[in-house]
Design a protein around this ligand. Structure first.
Ligand code: ZN
Length: 88
């Protein structure tokens, strides 16, 4: 995914513009892996294989996202069951 695509993304919950962090790029400069974080509700959205996973909470699975976060040195916050926040 191109950096310019980041400007088109918004949080599915509150439509705020997320902050982005890139962990891995393709040799052509495209973003392969990264993290989007909503400044308003604090939900995070991973970018995996160049695709931003911006799904509403009810369609997300913590068990599927945990290994990805762990690889990036991050962890899920262990609070409300269906809200996807990172450990601070
Ligand atoms: Zn949000």
């Amino acid at each position: 995914m191109k950096d310019s695509f980041l400007d088109k993304l918004c949080c599915p919950v509150d439509k705020q513009e997320p902050k982005s962090e890139v962990f891995k790029r393709h040799e052509n400069g495209d973003i392969l892996e990264g993290l989007l974080t909503c400044p308003s509700c604090r939900r995070y959205y991973p970018i995996v294989y160049g695709v931003p996973i911006m799904t509403p909470d009810e369609y997300r699975e913590k068990a599927l996202e945990e290994p990805i976060l762990k690889k990036w040195g991050l962890a899920l916050e262990n609070s409300e069951e269906k809200v996807f926040l990172l450990e601070q």
